[in-house]
Design a binder for this molecule. Sequence first.
Ligand code: HEC
Length: 131
Amino acid sequence: MIQGLTSRSQIGIWLLVLGLFVACDSSQPKQAVGGGPTPAEFQTGEAKFNANCAACHGNQGVGTDHGPPLVHKVYEPNHHGDAAFQRAAANGVKAHHWEFGNMPKIDGVTPADVDDIVTYVRWLQRQAGIQ
Ligand code: HEC
């Protein structure tokens, strides 16, 4: 009887230890998208994206109420090559894929800035498994 109680509480302790172990395990490093650091080579593009595009396309390109996600199959390189990004920034975009309305042309960016932004967006797309 006493023996039985002891081994049952031992099992309880083991389950507790196991639970703690599993809890610690879930704090393993996450993928970069979702909070991890952006590699140095994409940080210039990230800063320019955040300053000029994120208001509509969202942090890390996930989209907002004002614009579509760029981390999306529609915008992978085969569907929207890098020239589409240059055109979008230089001329704006007439609404055609979505219901967000038109994208205005973005005055604050040069073609070189857009190159940096595209490099960053392509990286986000790769992280998301889109390319
Ligand atoms: C004021 C909101 C807004 C801002 C700021 C904005 N966009 Fe957009 N963008 C949109 C909307 C809305 C669309 C979707 C139009 C559609 O296809 O319906 C879009 C579409 C696009 C497209 C797809 C173009 C195509 O050919 O279909 C690209 C690429 C793009 N944006 C890049 C950018 C980049 C790069 C920046 C920053 C330099 C930026 N956008 C800033 C609203 C915005």
